[in-house]
Design a protein around this ligand. Structure first.
Ligand code: SAM
Length: 270
C-alpha cells in the first residue's frame, strides 16, 4: 500500500488520501507491543460504570469504543480528533458497534470542554503530531477533574532499531525520520512534560513495538522518498538500503512506545 508520509497525521484532511492513513493505523494497531501499552493504560485510567472518558486524537475511535464498555452503564466515552475524515470514519464504525460513544472534531490544543469535565483523559500516538504538545497536555489536565487520571501512549521515533550493515546511513535515516515529525522524541519527554503540566506521574512504562517487514516497507519507503527528493540520499542508496532492511526477515524494526499515566492531584500551575 502507499500512504502519505507519517507527518501527514498532523493534518490528515490535507493529505491526498486520508483513508489510507486510517487503514495504516489499523495495520499498526496489530503490531506487537501496541496491545500491551493499551492494556496498561486501560487498567490505570480508573474507569468504571458511570465514568466519563476523553480519548484525544481518537482517530477511527478503536480505543474509544473499546473503553466505552468499561464506563457502561451510565458513563460517557468521547472521542475527539482534529480530522473530519477520521471522525467520520469513527462514527461510521461506531454505528453497528452497540456501544454508546460520542465523536467530535476538535483541536487538542484548544478543547471545547469546561474545566474538570472528565474523570479520565487518554491520548495515543497523537502528541507526536501536535505542534504544541505542552498546550495539548495543559488542555488534557484542564478538562480532567482533580483526582482524575491522564494517560498518554506515545512513541519515541528516534528509538527506531534497524538491523543494517550501513550503520551510518541507518543513523541518518532514523534521526531524519524523527526530525520529520512534529515531536519525534516525545516518548522520552513525556514524564517530564506531564509533570510540568501539573500531574503527579504514577507510571512510566516503555513498551517495544515490533514492525513486521510489510509495515516497515510502507513506513520507511515514504520517508526515504522524501530524503531522496531533498537531496539527502541517492535513489540507488535508498533502494539498496530499504531492500537490505526488508530482506532481513528475521529482524523486524523496533520502536519504543511509552505509556505514562498521571493523576491530577494539585491545583493547576498558575
Ligand atoms: C497516529 S493517529 C492515532 C489515532 C488513535 N489515537 C489510535 O491510536 O489509533 C494520530 C491521530 O491524531 C490526530 N491529531 C493530530 N493532531 C491533532 C490535534 N491537534 N488535535 C486532535 N487530534 C489530532 C490525527 O488526526 C490522527 O487521527
Amino acid at each position: 500500500m502507499s500512504i502519505a508520509h507519517a507527518s501527514g497525521y498532523t493534518a490528515v484532511d490535507s493529505v491526498e488520501d486520508p483513508a489510507a492513513l486510517a487503514t495504516f493505523m489499523d495495520i499498526v494497531a496489530t503490531c506487537r507491543g501496541i496491545d500491551t501499552g493499551r492494556r496498561l493504560v486501560a487498567e490505570q485510567l480508573g474507569l468504571g460504570p458511570g465514568s466519563s472518558l476523553l480519548d484525544l486524537g481518537c482517530g477511527t475511535g478503536e480505543q474509544t469504543r473499546a473503553l466505552a464498555t468499561r464506563v457502561a452503564p451510565g458513563g460517557r466515552a468521547v472521542g475527539v480528533d482534529l480530522s473530519q475524515s477520521m471522525i467520520g470514519e469513527a462514527r461510521r464504525r461506531a454505528g453497528g458497534a452497540g456501544v454508546a460513544v460520542e465523536f467530535e472534531v476538535g483541536d487538542a490544543q484548544a478543547l471545547p470542554f469546561a474545566d474538570g469535565t472528565f474523570d479520565a483523559c487518554r491520548s495515543e500516538r497523537m502528541l507526536t503530531h501536535v505542534p504544541d504538545p505542552r498546550a495539548a497536555l495543559a488542555e488534557m489536565v484542564r478538562v480532567c477533574r482533580p483526582g482524575g487520571r491522564v494517560a498518554v501512549l506515545d512513541a519515541d521515533s528516534e528509538s527506531m532499531i534497524v538491523d543494517s550493515d550501513d550503520r551510518r546511513l541507518a543513523r541518518q535515516v532514523v534521526a531524519s525520520f524523527a526530525d520529520s515529525l512534529q515531536n519525534g522524541r516525545i516518548g522520552r519527554q513525556l514524564a517530564r512534560l506531564m509533570t510540568d503540566a501539573g500531574l503527579t506521574v504514577l507510571t512510566v512504562e516503555p513498551h517495544i513495538i515490533s514492525f513486521p517487514h510489510d509495515v516497515t516497507a510502507v513506513l520507511l519507503d515514504t520517508h526515504l522518498r522524501r530524503m531522496v527528493a531533498d537531496g539527502a540520499l541517492s535513489d540507488e542508496m535508498s533502494s539498496a538500503w530499504l531492500t537490505e532492511v526488508i530482506d532481513r526477515a528475521a529482524s523486524p524494526v523496533y520502536m519504543t512506545l511509552f505509556a505514562v499515566v498521571g493523576v491530577r492531584e494539585r491545583d493547576l500551575p498558575a
